[in-house]
Design a protein around this ligand. Structure first.
Ligand code: GLU
Length: 288
């Protein structure tokens, strides 16, 4: 994995920080994904239902710069763009998307009870989650890392946390993963942005989650924090959908592969996370 520009937080141009402020809609990608004018789907499929309705409900994060950050308008970020690509392929324009905030702990229940049609929210697939949802992708692979106050020199990985307090989020793989390491205390928050104040005040010595989420938070608060840059897990990001909807899974996987091939995926990255991070290679989708 190449995590790169995100680790050179001090070098981030002021313009990126403005784009990350969440206060404007100015960081919209220049061209919205082209909406399929006429698409025909087999009757009775989720695709046909959504296309007919002209609407889709997508769960994403609202407080994660680079991936899903909501200011006054619609949320912005790479996950949001992936959602728009899928919607466009269903014949649904961006204004037909209802964005619902999903935090780490409510993604499976929101999918299971039909509150959302799909979730694109820095969502790692793992065996436990696979028991209750299905997924398409992955469309990106992150790695868990640590965020510390700028200038911290005694934390370079999870093995340095034995006498430290770490903040992370309930219901995340970050929480499960860090629990395997000795720590003095784990503070559980509802979202990663809620971990920043404990880090500022010294109540927490580190925040832990995926490197790209931490890179976004560091860029949003320029000069205050730094990502340690030593990822210790693999976090394949997927699109969560209801279980047993094979046709919808295939459709989303086909859409992702087409977006890899024709440049929409890379364009989406460059217009969002690309403000801070180099463009990676897309991972192969998992056709299970
Ligand atoms: N990707 C991890 C997860 O799905 C951590 C980030 C998050 O909580 O969204 O649990």
């Amino acid at each position: 994995m190449r995590l790169n520009k995100g680790l050179m937080i001090s070098a981030i141009a002021a313009v990126s920080v403005l784009a990350l402020s969440g206060c404007t809609d100015s960081s919209e990608p220049e061209a919205a994904p082209e909406v399929k004018a006429t698409v025909e789907f087999e009757a009775g499929t989720t695709m046909a239902e959504l296309n007919e309705a002209g609407k889709i409900v997508i769960g994403t994060k609202f407080d994660q710069p680079l991936f899903g950050l909501k200011g006054t308008g619609d949320p912005e970020g790479f996950d949001v763009e992936i959602g728009k690509i899928i919607a466009a392929e269903l014949g649904i324009p961006a204004d037909g998307i209802e964005w619902t905030e999903t935090v780490s702990a409510n993604r499976e229940p929101f999918i299971q009870n039909g509150q959302v049609d799909l979730v694109v929210a820095t969502y790692t697939i793992n065996d436990k989650r696979k028991e209750v949802i299905d997924f398409a992708g992955p469309y990106y692979t992150a790695g868990q890392d640590l965020l510390v106050l700028a200038g911290t020199d005694d934390i370079s990985g999870p093995d340095d946390l034995a006498d430290k307090t770490v903040c992370t989020v309930t219901g995340s793989t970050s929480f499960t993963n860090i629990s395997a390491y000795p720590t003095a205390r784990i503070i559980e928050a509802g979202t990663y942005s809620e971990c920043l104040e404990p880090l500022r005040t010294g109540e927490a010595d580190a925040v832990t989650t995926d490197n790209v989420i931490l890179a976004g938070l560091a860029a949003q608060n320029e000069g205050e924090f730094e990502v340690v840059g030593n990822p210790f897990t693999e976090e394949p990001y997927v699109i969560g959908i209801a279980k047993y909807d094979q046709a919808f899974r295939d459709f989303i996987n086909d859409t992702l592969e087409a977006a890899y091939d024709d440049g929409r995926w890379a364009d989406a990255w460059e217009a969002t996370a690309g403000a801070v991070l180099d463009t990676p290679e897309p991972p192969a989708v998992d056709r299970y």
